[in-house]
Design a binder for this molecule. Structure first.
Ligand code: SF4
Ligand code: SF4
Length: 159
């Protein structure tokens, strides 16, 4: 007799918990309020990513195609995965002084774990996370990127 009572109690408990869940779902169905989900990829054209999204490491450039990278190599040394390669070259200033400039800041997105060490340790604040996240490719060499743009130069106030 006791086991029958327990059995009925369990059924009633199950119905109650089911009702609780369905009440939340039903309420949202009738009156959704603020919609937080997005219809991706249908909304690709108007999709706005949230601030702070870690899509990939980027090197911001200003409207004069200037960046903040000195080519010091600290990001390369600090990256735990070897995702960054810095290639520099020497240039002569108009005053006849030889200076190091970045030739290529190579970023292997396929090896990046988005730990942000490169961004946090860059003394010039030259790197950031960008929101681009659609990085599925058939050819993984496409995930190797040159972060300094063609023809770009360093901002004058960066030493
Ligand atoms: S991104 Fe920053 S840390 Fe890396 S080479 Fe350029 S200045 Fe140095
Ligand atoms: S985010 Fe981390 S893993 Fe990715 S390039 Fe920077 S240091 Fe390397």
């Amino acid at each position: 007799m006791r086991s029958v009572i327990n059995y009925i109690k369990e059924i009633l408990w199950g119905v109650r918990t089911l009702w609780t869940g369905m009440r939340v779902t039903g309420g949202y169905f009738v009156s959704p309020g603020e919609i937080v989900t997005q219809k991706y990829p249908e909304n690709r054209d108007e999709l706005k990513m949230f601030e702070g999204v870690k899509g990939e490491v980027i090197m911001p450039h200003d409207e004069n195609n200037q960046h903040r990278c000195t080519g010091c190599g600290i990001c390369q040394m600090n990256c735990p995965n070897g995702s960054i390669e810095i290639i520099t070259r020497k240039e002569m200033t108009p005053e006849g002084k030889e200076v190091r400039v970045i030739d290529k800041h190579i970023y292997h997105l396929d090896m990046c774990t988005f730990c942000a060490l490169c961004i946090k340790t860059c003394p010039s604040n030259a790197l950031a996370f960008g929101p681009e996240f659609e990085n599925a490719v058939f050819d993984k060499t496409k995930l190797t990127k040159i972060l300094n743009q063609p023809g770009s130069s360093i901002k004058k106030d960066i030493k």
